[in-house]
Design a protein around this ligand. Sequence first.
Ligand code: SF4
Length: 253
Amino acid sequence: MNEARKRLFVLLLAFSLLALVLIFAFAWWLVSKQSLIINQIILTLTLVFFIVVFLIISIGVILLIYSLWSLKIYRGSNILIRKAIDFLFPIAIKLGHWLGIEDDKIKSSYIQVSNALVKLEQKTILPEKILILAPHCLQRVQCPHKITVNVNNCKCCGLCPVGDLLLLSQERGVQLVVATGGTFARKFIKEKKPQAIIAIACERDLTSGIQDVECIPVMGIVNERPEGPCQNTRVNLCRVEKAINYFVQGGEV
Ligand code: SF4
């Protein structure tokens, strides 16, 4: 069984390599036989395609800079901006590596930009349609209560931020779930059908989560990790409350 699984991936790798060779050979044939009419048409169409993609991305980046600078966003431009960011994000990360900038620093900056865009949308959401998506690592490691099954199992003992989050969610009438990972986070979003999400996580998980959830505004809050990653993490409750205020009343985060 394991052998078959390995074989599948190695086969896909080999076919990917073959596909690259074929693309390269085709490109070589197109360029070396430019006198053929069909080649001229294909080359022109390819060039037009790349120019169109480049223009769309450039417009997205210009709209992003304009929105952040003017604190205004054109209706409908968010999709274009998000597409441009998603396209350029892996390149920005690679460039950051070469320049010696830490991943978390770049991702944290991305989250700030994403939050700023969400704020500019100025959507007002009913409290019950807001979902606070908290990570399991907020729970005290020694706590025996199954809060990922039902967050109301928390006894609000004060040893970790989950109790405070639960009280805050009850007081403000918003939904709260604690997810153990991306798969459960997606499952909760499908079940709860929120119109806005306040996501608490590390830079890496927030970045991938924000990119995953395209059609719902997500306000990202990076957790604090006084004991290192993935255990006994903390969250600034004021920031969560400000995020709720933003969605409910258009307040600041
Ligand atoms: S606040 Fe809730 S989740 Fe945290 S340790 Fe206490 S009972 Fe457990």
